[in-house]
Ligand binder design. Structure first.
Ligand SMILES: *Cc1c(COP(=O)(O)O)cnc(C)c1O
Length: 370
């Protein structure tokens, strides 16, 4: 791990390779890996992550929206890209950039057919999404006849894959519910394949499904948080390594006397002599207000320093009363030394929210070592 002299998000490509290989080791050799790089690669940098994963053998990429797929194409990515939640208004762009839509409703199917036809497409790859219990987006089993009729009546599109999404694969208490989702997906896939006359790629599993539900691996798995190496450590494999480390430095140190107040609205009042360090990272960088008032912490010289008072736009102040440190010393917000899942949980949220909040103002740097 390198030292920093300003706030940075360090992206460790050696850890990304490790996680990719580790996830592969949980799968049968023929199972494909779709890498989810939506939301700027869960807050990292989608282009950097996707270029590396393309090199080491990711079979597919997925993003949430068309604009994210365009960014990957502009970054030189040639691997197929699935757009999980495309909006019909962007279908022309989606086709221009050879992106592949997840088709999740009759409206979306109809609109996509119109645009693909206008472009003179034949066998344009689409993915059909089914709802098996998450109740977010997707066709229901009762739509199978309608969809397969629509699709079989044209040669404008071709179904590359059928997918569904698990709602609670990280939760052992929901085992019965998850097994039901898996069975529904199997039934739907059989029906659709029979009606189409071919079997598309089947995929249903997210990261925790890779570990907890081998029966949901099918032909391909989709993983985001597993690649980035973060999750709830109690529920995920601890052999994953964090790809992202958020680091900063101590800008200034203050000695507070009993009765002195700290920061906006005087939210912290010292009850005893207290030493504080000011750090150049605030809610405009992704450290939300919920981390203030001792809900969140940073790591300085391997010790926890709790955030005192309110989080400012560009700064936080932390308690270093019992930590031997000086201005310019390194501060870890999350990384190998401190899990994003733990700090997020400590302040009532999840790692995904903390990771994806790291704003573009924070410089991304790449390292490629253990
Ligand atoms: C975000 C997303 C994933 C990735 O799941 P993780 O468990 O975060 O790795 C997979 N599939 C769909 C449909 C998603 O939206």
């Amino acid at each position: 791990m390198s030292k920093t002299s300003e706030t940075i998000l360090e992206i460790n490509l050696a850890h990304l390779t490790h996680n990719f290989n580790h996830l592969k080791s949980k799968l049968d050799p023929e199972v494909k890996v779709l890498a989810v790089v939506k939301a700027s690669g869960y807050g990292s940098d989608a282009a950097i992550i996707a270029r590396h994963l393309e090199k080491i053998g990711a079979d597919y990429f997925a993003v949430a929206y068309t604009s994210e797929g365009i960014q990957l194409r502009d970054a030189g990515i040639t691997t197929p890209i699935l757009v999980l939640h495309p909006q019909p208004v962007n279908f022309q762009k989606l086709i221009d950039y050879q992106l592949e839509p997840s088709v999740y409703s009759a409206r979306v199917l109809k609109e996509f057919l119109v645009t693909a036809k206008l472009n003179g497409k034949k066998h344009y790859p689409i993915h059909v999404k089914f709802n098996t219990g998450l109740n977010r987006i997707g066709f229901d089993e009762s739509d199978v006849d309608y969809i397969t009729k629509q699709i079989s009546a044209t040669d404008v599109i071709k179904v590359v894959s059928l997918l569904s999404h698990l709602a609670a694969s990280e939760d052992y208490n929901e085992r019965e519910f998850t097994l039901n989702q898996i069975n529904s997906f199997k039934q739907i896939a059989n029906k659709v394949s029979a009606k189409l006359g071919y079997t598309p790629i089947l995929h249903q599993s997210n990261t925790s499904g890779i570990f907890n539900y081998p029966e949901a691996h099918f032909d391909m798995v989709r993983t985001g948080i597993g690649l980035y190496g973060y999750g709830n450590e109690a529920k995920y494999d601890t052999q994953l390594k964090p790809v992202m480390s958020l680091k900063s430095v101590i800008s200034q140190i203050h000695d507070m006397q009993p009765g002195d107040s700290l920061g906006y609205n005087r939210a912290f009042i010292a009850s005893e002599a207290t030493k504080t360090a000011t750090i150049p990272i605030g809610h405009a960088d992704g450290i939300g207000r919920q981390y203030g008032n001792k809900k969140g912490y940073v790591i300085i010289h391997n010790q926890r320093a709790y955030i005192l008072g309110n989080v400012c736009m560009d700064m936080i102040m932390v308690d270093i009363t019992t930590i031997d440190c000086k201005e310019g010393d390194e501060v870890i917000i999350f990384g190998s030394e401190s899990s994003a899942a733990n700090i997020a949980e400590h302040s009532g949220t999840i790692s995904y929210e903390l990771l994806t909040a790291v704003s573009p103002r924070v410089k991304r740097t790449v390292i490629d070592d253990k």
